[in-house]
Write a protein that binds this ligand. Structure first.
Ligand SMILES: [Zn+2]
Length: 82
């Protein structure tokens, strides 16, 4: 009996995780299709670079090239690199 109960909890947790993943995936897909419409790279929002997130690096003027689009900021380049 105990085993069955454990199994139920496991299934419930899995369902919750799947729902969360579905939500994340659909959010990401919406973002990607929006960026596609604008012809922009979804990773860097068409900027072509990823700014340093930490403020201690704010004085560094050259940011990192976006690895998703190779720094072009174009959706077509991002799509090719997928
Ligand atoms: Zn990019």
């Amino acid at each position: 009996m105990k085993k069955n109960k454990d199994k139920t909890i496991e299934v419930k947790q899995l369902g919750l995780l799947n729902a969360f993943n579905d939500w994340r995936t659909s959010r990401h897909e919406k973002h990607v299709s929006k960026m596609q419409e604008m012809g922009k790279c979804p990773d860097c929002y068409g900027r072509g670079f990823i700014p340093y997130p930490a403020s201690e690096f704010a004085y560094v003027s050259n940011a990192l090239d976006c690895p998703g689009c190779n720094g072009s900021g174009l959706y077509t380049d991002w799509n090719e690199l997928q």
